[in-house]
Design a protein around this ligand. Structure first.
Ligand code: TRP
Ligand code: ZN
Length: 850
């Protein structure tokens, strides 16, 4: 419901809560529409706090009774919580409330999914369960008793008692309320076991609904690998007797790190070769690792307030990226992360939703679980590690765990452990946390008498609320190649700290070719006016795998921009360069597949906008299609060899090697389909034995305007499987031609299986619509109107998911006046919807106002 005047919360206003919590006892009497929650909480005055107002958060709760030290009280209750007179001494608070999980469609607090009870408390959902100081700096041990007639009753910590119709759990580690969890249902355990480095046995379980037992093995192995890796690399040991993971079909995000009881969107944990693609396997492994790693970075050391969210999320994303690099291919992971950052974080950081990695204000914290906080937050840690070195990083992390275990911390605490470890002043580096916007680094070069001078300049465009930008500390990894492709200077990290700075490399025999921003050493936009020949040279010779890939990517982008702006035809440098890379059988197939990738159409729109042009989505689409077609023709003779090279004669394995071969095989199939009209794809569809190949063949057919029979067969084969049906919905929209996208999406919303209250299903259609660049931006506005209709419909049911999807409109100012008007009209229509949620109100007004 819309607040009369939405309140803005500021970082600068932080004050500690007036009371400390020594223990929490909760009893749940489960009933779908009238669950009783009884709480018994030991409070004592906080000596550090001056304001002793006893305010407990509470929303959508029916208060049955409340007492302090056994004396019934009648607190003042508003729609935000209650205030009572509390003694200036330790006391016991008791309350009983009633809640309605069966009608909780927002999926926040205690809710039901397919007959199963589950919770989502981060960030501020616990206040929908009972009255409590629902803020992360209030930490306590919890004991939870669950009464209910379902066979499996779970909560955080260790089991401490159970009988017919009840179970009790005790979590010995003090935690904030956002890490509370409860699950009750008819669930089946896929069990596992792990012995920690100090020899303690931990019981592991992956709980799923009947029917999903066959999709657990991979997730369980990923969990064990994560536990081992965190011991080996960070020295972090698990700290309870049991670790439970539960798969839930209705979930707003990927997964949640509740202490000892992680809850996962079923799409982020369930996997089998028949139903999951290689990308699904990789993502699942990473998310399991991510949530597990939170046990130390997030749970044992948590955040003082929600402005510090990147303290746990940036660090944990960084850790899960390190894990994936170690488990799979480091260069491939780095390239994936750069692609992802440019696709999701750069548009955010350079548009109306731009905010610092540590925001300074918000209306609805759920709107700040963003690519900036997570992914740019992880990049900032990667830069810090690069600047101080691996050894100092390891020492700083040891100090962090040592010094802050059991605390709720800030970014200042984090920076301080690095300063104390290295003696370095990180004041300027800290701007990465406060200054929003993507820095642009421009390159000028000079060659004189054996000395190569590299001049780097940085600037950051103004962002909402920040007109002045100061120089940041940018680690720029640089290597130099000689004229015949040898590396004449290995990688060095240049520290760019001024607005402009020159770096000299003396004693060189010939003018070198610079490879700049190796390994994507900083989340910046590099503006380096290489010629096509210069880029082709790096594409052929760079010893840094990231920059070799980047050279191909930049060459593709330059080629496409010239095709769009100057009506040029695809140049030989790109086509021959790609051909040479594809031919090189020594190169990892996964890497060769990535080399075939093109910048996204949205990225091209941004690049055009940066050059002062108005992007036309149809022109961009046409250029990409033309380049694809030209590439297919150019590498035609090689395609049969690529097909045979990527044949796998072992049984399916989700490992990086097999996945890489399938990726290259799939890319080759897509090019083939442009030459044979999909004939080979139709064969491969019939022969495919796993979801990766089945889906890649089907994509080729749909893109070729074919595949109707296969689409129907796919439906019949998989209609019983929710996760595969999400793919069926999504693929049709993703592969639709620009003029048909909105109509196909609309037709799919009328399909009996379009269960729009399920976030995965909603996103499978609406997310795919927003991602289909030319389709979404159809000139008549049909894409915008359809998305807006559905956001308006979803908002009262699930504000969190609605608000997140509003970001589809964040790039609107790039486009022509007509499209801007059409988008403005749709956003205004959303904004004017009566009773619009606080979540969506904040998003739409930020997008419209900036
Ligand atoms: N902390 C979770 C993670 O990144 C994110 C999350 C899960 C979340 N569910 C949420 C955030 C609901 C906000 C709201 O691992
Ligand atoms: Zn996280």
């Amino acid at each position: 419901m819309r607040d009369a005047a939405p309140t803005t919360i500021y970082l600068k206003d932080y004050t500690p809560f007036g009371f400390l919590v020594d223990s929490v006892h909760l009893t749940f009497d489960l009933a779908a529409h009238a669950t009783r929650v009884t709480s018994r909480i030991a409070f004592r005055p906080n000596p550090e706090a001056s304001d002793k107002t006893f305010f407990l958060h509470g929303e959508e709760l029916k208060l049955i009774r409340a007492s302090i030290d056994g004396v019934e009280i009648s607190p003042v209750v508003t729609d935000k919580g209650l205030t009572a007179d509390a003694p200036d001494a330790p006391f016991i608070w008791e309350a009983e409330v009633e809640i309605d999980p069966g009608n909780n469609t927002a999926l926040e607090g205690l809710y039901m999914s397919n007959g199963m009870y589950c919770t989502q408390c981060e960030a501020e959902g616990f206040r929908k369960i009972t009255f409590y100081p629902d803020r992360p700096d209030v930490m306590s041990t919890f004991t939870v008793r669950i009464n209910g007639d379902l066979p499996v009753l779970l909560s955080n910590g260790n089991p401490s008692g159970k009988g017919e119709g009840w179970a009790e759990w005790t979590d010995p580690w003090p935690k904030p309320a956002y890490l509370f969890a409860l699950v009750a249902g008819e669930l089946i355990a896929h069990p596992g076991q792990f012995t920690t480095m100090s020899g303690r046995d931990v019981e592991l379980n992956l709980w799923v609904r009947p029917g999903d037992e066959g999709k657990c093995a991979f997730g369980m192995e990923a969990l064990k690998k994560s536990m081992k890796w965190d011991e080996d690399v960070y020295g972090r040991e698990y700290d309870l007797d049991v670790f439970n993971i539960v798969a839930v079909d209705d979930f707003n995000m990927g997964a949640m790190e509740n202490k000892g009881l992680n809850i996962f969107n079923s799409s982020a944990v369930l996997a089998s070769p028949e139903t999951s693609t290689d990308l699904n396997f990789e993502r699942i492994e990473a998310i399991i690792a991510h949530e597990y790693f939170h046990n130390w970075t997030g749970n044992r050391i948590t955040c003082r307030d929600w402005f510090q969210l990147c303290l746990k999320e940036g660090l944990t994303v960084f850790r899960d990226a390190q894990f994936t690099s170690d488990m799979r291919s480091a260069p491939v992971k780095r390239i994936h992360d750069a692609i992802d950052l440019r696709a999701r974080q750069f548009p955010e950081d350079n548009g109306p939703l731009s905010h610092p990695v540590r925001p300074e204000s918000f209306q609805e914290i759920n709107n700040f679980y963003t690519a900036t906080v997570y992914e740019k937050g992880a990049e900032v840690i990667g830069m810090l590690k690069r600047l101080v070195g691996d050894d100092a990083y390891a020492k700083a992390l040891d100090l962090y765990f040592d010094r802050h275990d059991g605390q709720a911390c800030t970014i200042e605490d984090w920076i301080k452990v690095f300063e104390d470890t290295t003696g370095r002043d990180l004041t300027q580096f800290k701007r990465w946390y406060s200054q929003s916007g993507t820095p642009r680094v421009t390159v000028t070069e000079d060659w004189n008498d054996g000395t190569y001078t590299l001049t780097l300049a940085q600037r950051t465009d103004p962002t909402p609320g920040q007109s002045e930008k100061l120089p940041q500390v940018i680690p720029v990894a640089v290597g130099l190649l000689g004229p015949n492709g040898d590396e004449v200077r290995g990688t060095e990290v240049l520290e760019l700290t001024e607005a402009e700075q020159s770096f000299q490399f003396a004693g060189l025999a010939a003018k070198p070719v610079a490879s700049i921003l190796r390994d994507f050493s900083a989340p910046v936009i590099l503006e380096h006016d290489h010629t096509d020949a210069g880029r082709a040279f790096l594409l052929a010779h760079d010893t840094d795998p990231f920059n070799r890939w980047q050279a191909g990517r930049s060459l593709a982008e330059d080629t496409l921009l010239r095709m769009i702006l100057e009506d040029a035809t695809p140049g030989a440098d790109y086509l021959d360069g790609i051909l040479a890379v594809l031919r090189d059988g020594e190169l990892d197939p996964a890497y060769r597949a990535l080399m075939l990738g093109l910048p996204t159409q949205s990225e091209l729109a941004a690049a055009l906008h940066d050059r002062g042009a108005t992007p036309d989505p149809m022109t961009i689409w046409t250029a990409v299609e033309t380049l694809r077609q030209a590439t297919a023709q150019h590498v035609q003779d090689l395609l049969p060899r690529l097909h045979s090279e990527t044949l796998i004669d072992a049984s399916f394995g989700p490992d990086a090697d097999q996945a890489g071969k399938r990726a290259l095989g799939g890319a080759a199939l897509a090019l083939t389909a442009r030459l044979d009209g999909g004939a080979r794809a139709a064969e491969e569809y019939s022969a495919s034995g796993n979801m990766t190949q089945q889906l890649s063949a089907l994509s080729c057919l749909l893109r070729a305007g074919k595949g109707e029979t296969e689409l129907a067969a796919f439906y019949d084969q998989w209609k019983h499987d929710r996760l595969v049906m999400d793919k069926w919905f999504g693929l049709q929209v993703a592969m639709a031609s620009p003029d048909e996208t909105a109509d196909i999406a609309r037709t799919l919303t009328e399909h009996p299986d379009f269960n729009w209250k399920n976030p995965n299903r909603f996103r499978s259609v609406m997310g795919a619509l927003a991602m289909n660049h030319a389709g979404f931006h159809r000139a008549d506005g049909a894409g915008y109107a359809l998305l807006a209709d559905w956001l308006i419909q979803l908002d009262p049911v699930n504000p969190q998911t609605t608000a997140r999807m509003c970001s589809a409109f964040q790039t609107w100012k790039r486009y022509d006046a007509n499209r801007q008007e059409l988008i403005r009209a749709q956003m205004t229509r959303i904004a004017e919807t009566p009773e619009l949620s606080r979540d969506t109100t904040e998003m739409v007004s930020r997008i419209l106002d900036a």
